[in-house]
Write a protein that binds this ligand. Structure first.
Ligand SMILES: [Zn+2]
Length: 296
């Protein structure tokens, strides 16, 4: 994955609170429906509810001036995205949202841009306080994507993904897939509390994978607002393979095998490795969100 060196990154789409401390220091469990959705969506890599890490009482490190809002000062251009991990994520967020803005316009709809919050340790959200243990997640209560960049190391070390650059892009694009679902009113279908291979929870997750693939299809042709040229200048087959690899690594069957030693489809929330790859690839191959009807 390569970015246009001369593009300007829009850091307003990322809120960098790494190193900040939650006011009061005490975490609360997300209440009500919003909290429930956070639970469902936060289980990006399917760790059981007892491992969720919500409601931990420990304090995060106190912020230092230099650690706060780092991306705003260091991530200015596509060249920065080509050289620094956090800037690369900023660029992916820009590209994903540029695409959806243009796609919604094309369909006579309106896409509302939604920030990604970089955090470390734990973070207070409208869906409750979450720790890094939940993995990346989308909170419909405040319409933000939450991401601890440390998760990308875990993707490699704990989940056995190749952990390439595009694996990270897939994760970000998947979370924005949930934002698209939120805007389209389909996200709520995951709220019936059911799990299992044919549950709505799984269908919502697979659709987010498909939407990530749809963006990937258009990533090198979506025009950047600052230059009128694509922000992402090249994606290789190896990049797409990284995305497919990550999608498989966070499949429910893989995770269950790895962490509980057996596969129990009735408790699936995100779909199997094969399903996740299949739907990501379906989106990538067609580039058409209408081909992402996982509910059919
Ligand atoms: Zn998800």
């Amino acid at each position: 994955m390569q970015f246009d060196d001369d593009a300007n990154l829009d850091t307003s789409e990322v809120q960098d609170v790494r190193g900040s401390r939650i006011p009061g220091g005490r975490a609360t469990v997300g209440g009500g429906l919003a909290g429930l959705i956070a639970l469902l969506l936060g289980l990006f890599f399917g760790v059981g509810p007892d491992n969720l890490g919500l409601s931990s009482g420990s304090d995060s490190p106190v912020a230092t001036a230099s650690s706060l809002a780092q991306v705003q000062s260091t991530c200015r251009t596509g060249q920065d995205a080509n050289t620094k991990e956090d800037c690369r994520i900023v660029a992916v967020v820009n590209s994903v949202q540029d695409f959806w803005t243009q796609e919604f316009e094309r369909r006579s709809g309106t896409y509302t841009r939604s920030p990604t919050v970089f955090f470390s340790g734990q973070v207070a959200t409208a869906c409750g306080t979450a720790t890094s243990a939940v993995g990346p997640f989308y909170c419909p209560g405040d319409r933000k994507v939450y991401l601890d960049l440390g998760f990308f190391d875990e993707l490699r070390t704990k989940f056995g993904s190749s952990g390439g650059q595009f694996a990270q892009a897939y994760v970000v694009a998947h979370e924005y897939g949930h934002h698209v679902q939120d805007l389209m009113g389909t996200l709520g279908r995951s709220q019936d509390g059911r799990t299992g291979a044919n549950s709505n929870a799984v269908k919502v997750e697979l659709q987010a994978d498909c939407y990530a693939g749809v963006w990937a299809h258009h990533a090198t042709t979506t025009k950047d607002e600052s230059t009128g040229r694509p922000l992402i200048t090249s994606l290789t087959d190896a990049d797409i393979q990284d995305g497919l690899d990550a999608a498989a690594a966070v499949g429910d069957d893989r995770i269950q095998e790895r962490f509980q030693g057996r596969v129990t489809p009735e408790s699936w929330t995100h779909g199997s490795a094969a399903q996740r790859q299949q739907w990501f690839y379906q989106g990538y191959r067609t580039g058409d969100m209408a081909q992402c009807n996982t509910f059919r």
